[in-house]
Design a protein around this ligand. Structure first.
Ligand code: ZN
Length: 256
């Protein structure tokens, strides 16, 4: 049997799939570095152990795969029947044995990858609905998953940081987050600047008279915007109001 490849020949989508697969491999590596006992430890997410993170990432792959199946068959299969079901699933998953939890991650990731690989080129444009109710083309599922695996690898809190995440992923993440702030009007008087890229990237309320400006390297700014820069790893952030530097970096508006 011939080797099986992605059905899409869109180079942009192929590149996106590569980032998702790299992120999955990265999460797998960080997970494998944890002993079974260490899975009981806290993650960076309030109230969640590492077990919760692994369960969530596993069930997320299944949920994203349901959207890909929807795109392939035209039969509507939502990510989750409800938020309650989603949350209950994570709580349940966190009680699985370490072996079952690791299998959940591995098997769900393989399954999602097969769904992506076998999706015919044209079907990537078919519309599906996210858990937030957004109607998006199936190709969006690649980004939805990319974001999850990279960021939650950091949440495992065993050495990964936003510096490990590829710049294009960080940049798109930052665009998503600042876009969500703008949509909700929570970025009033706030400007976010990335200073370590070929051209300075600026987001937020750029017409404000004397905004709060938070600036720094892409990884630090992205970590901060997701609410995860409270640890000492991202000290290279700076904040100012008008021309006055601030000693404390205010926390970012809520993202999700
Ligand atoms: Zn998540």
């Amino acid at each position: 049997m011939a080797a099986r490849h992605d059905q899409t020949d869109d180079p942009r989508l192929q590149e996106a799939l590569l980032q998702a697969r790299r992120g999955t491999a990265f999460f797998a590596r960080k997970l494998n570095e944890l002993s079974d006992a260490e899975l009981d430890g806290d993650s960076l997410l309030p109230g969640w152990t590492r077990r919760h993170v692994v369960a969530h990432v596993g069930y997320n792959a299944r949920a994203v795969a349901r959207l890909v199946e929807w795109a392939a068959t035209g039969v509507e299969t939502p990510m989750y029947p409800s938020t309650e079901v989603r949350n209950h699933e994570i709580d349940f998953g966190a009680t699985l044995s370490p072996t079952a939890l690791r299998n959940l991650f591995d098997h769900s990731a393989v399954h999602l990858n097969v769904e992506w690989r076998d999706l015919p080129g044209d079907d990537w444009h078919n519309k599906v609905k996210t858990v937030q109710g957004r109607v998006v083309p199936a190709e969006e599922t690649v980004w939805m998953r990319t974001r999850e695996v990279w960021v939650h690898a950091v949440d495992l809190d065993n050495g990964a940081s936003f510096e490990d995440i590829p710049a294009p992923v960080l940049e798109r993440l930052l665009k998503d987050i600042t876009g969500a702030w703008t949509a909700r009007g929570t970025d009033k008087d706030l400007v976010v600047e990335v200073t370590d890229q070929p051209a300075t990237l600026t987001f937020g309320d750029t017409t404000a008279e004397s905004p709060l400006v938070v600036s720094g390297p892409l990884a630090a700014v992205a970590a901060w915007s997701t609410g995860r820069a409270v640890n000492e790893r991202y000290q290279d952030l700076e904040a100012s109001r008008g021309d006055e530097p601030l000693t404390d970096i205010p926390s970012a508006p809520a993202w999700i």
